[in-house]
Ligand binder design. Structure first.
Ligand SMILES: NC(=O)c1ccc[n+]([C@@H]2O[C@H](COP(=O)([O-])OP(=O)(O)OC[C@H]3O[C@@H](n4cnc5c(N)ncnc54)[C@H](O)[C@@H]3O)[C@@H](O)[C@H]2O)c1
Length: 396
């Protein structure tokens, strides 16, 4: 039995508690939260030990693994302390404020032979899984260009209700750290390591020092060129995602299920011949290569599993979670107990965080930033952002 603790329990930590409780090989033994009344009540309900300070839990030999669902500025510091204490660690996104701290966690885990998992659960949903499969199978050929947008409105109230989210020292950034780190993780998962970035970040509407809008270009290994646009200053109207290869393209007209598991429809267009041939063979300047379209309906992974194997499901809820927080936590537990790989390991998640740090640096220096990131340079810039010596431009 893996003895398990959850640190930070009022928000998304609830999911970690739920799935740790659900896992047959896990025994929830400790809950930690600075809200003393809340953690006492929850610990009473689950019959486990309550702590208001994670260090007190570390001092007791009560857990083998932990989930950390704390505000961003605590993820890395508490995560590193847990690893130093010899605990396998599942940490919420975005992993840490800086890639340098996340890299220190990865090194600590490697040295001690511990597992790190990072909660980038979008990878487990039906549409991202389908995208990955189509790209890996090669039917659209070598991916060349990607257009990826993300918009969803957030009012000032969003920052008022959790003060840490509205500051550099609390959140480590604006919409990239708070909202679209999931999307940046998906891009890294689909297209490989980011190698160079250029960006403009601005604050258009919000009363924080953080970015609330961005336009960026990210070059991934194999020269995949991604154009990314994101904003929290407009209503959500359905994002635009186009993945263009040498042999065809994928268009996601609605893309609901990047973040959830509803039915979704992908359009796949295949060219009559590879564009690499058309470029030299076509003699008419205005000829456009012919595309044959087909449409694919993604279905929630759970539904497919249910059809294949009824035993996965009780009448009320899945016994084995097929996606979301549960799937990531279960895979993390399997990595700890059986030596498999977490769904998103520390090394995997480091790419997204490095990319986010690099986008901030590119925007503020006005230069293309190459990866791997110069941690020393970013950490110096990050200190200046915290001190207000460097600022995201206000586009008013
Ligand atoms: N994976 C996802 O889809 C997803 C969704 C939401 C949030 N998150 C991430 O989860 C983390 C927490 O977000 P949230 O929305 O649950 O935040 P929250 O503010 O609702 O919860 C944070 C919890 O930490 C506790 N806490 C704060 N300081 C503490 C301390 N020093 N010691 C112990 N407990 C402390 C708070 O009392 C609270 O219970 C963030 O990193 C966020 O990005 C991930």
């Amino acid at each position: 039995m893996l003895r398990y603790g959850v640190i930070g329990i009022k928000g998304v930590g609830q999911y970690h508690i739920k799935w740790a409780k659900n896992h047959p090989d896990v025994r929830l033994t400790a809950l930690v939260d600075s809200d003393a009344d809340y953690v006492q009540r929850a610990a009473g309900e689950y019959n486990v030990r309550a702590y208001t300070d994670y260090r007190a839990m570390l001092a007791d030999d009560i857990v083998d693994a932990v989930s950390i669902a704390l505000p961003h500025h605590l993820l890395g510091t508490v995560g590193l302390a847990c690893l130093q204490r010899g605990l396998h660690t599942l940490v919420e996104k975005p992993f840490a404020l800086t890639a340098s701290l996340a890299a220190a966690m990865v090194k600590e885990a490697q040295t001690r032979n511990l597992q790190i998992g990072v909660m980038y659960q979008y990878r487990s949903y039906a549409t991202p899984q389908m995208l990955k499969r189509i790209i890996m199978e090669g039917s659209i050929g070598r991916v060349r260009q990607v257009l990826w947008t993300w918009q969803s409105f957030r009012p000032e109230q969003y920052y008022r209700q959790s003060a840490w989210r509205g500051t550099w020292e609390g959140a480590g950034g604006g919409l990239m750290m708070n909202q679209i780190s999931h999307d940046i993780d998906l891009l890294c998962w689909l297209f490989g390591k980011p190698v160079a970035v250029t960006a403009m970040l601005g604050n258009q509407l919000h009363d924080t020092p953080l970015e609330d809008a961005l336009g960026a270009i990210i070059k991934f290994e194999n020269d995949v060129l991604v154009t990314l646009q994101a904003s929290i200053n407009q209503p959500h109207i359905g994002d635009i995602r186009q993945i263009i290869g040498d042999r065809g393209m994928i268009i996601l007209p609605s893309a609901q299920s990047l973040a959830h598991n509803p039915n979704d429809r992908l359009k796949i267009g295949l060219y009559d011949r590879p564009i690499t041939e058309s470029v030299s063979a076509v003699s008419d300047d205005h000829h456009q290569p012919h595309i044959t379209w087909r449409s694919i309906q993604t279905r929630p992974i759970g539904q497919r599993l249910a059809q294949r194997a009824g035993r996965f499901f009780s009448s009320q809820k899945p016994v084995v979670p097929s996606s979301g927080h549960g799937a990531v936590l279960y895979q993390f537990v399997d990595a700890v107990l059986n030596g498999s790989k977490p769904m998103v390991s520390g090394e995997d998640a480091l790419h997204a965080l490095e990319c986010i740090n690099a986008l901030v640096m590119a925007a503020l220096t006005g230069e293309t930033v190459r990866l791997p990131l110069d941690y020393h340079a970013y950490d110096a810039l990050f200190s200046q952002l915290i001190d207000g010596k460097q600022q995201i431009p206000r586009w008013r």
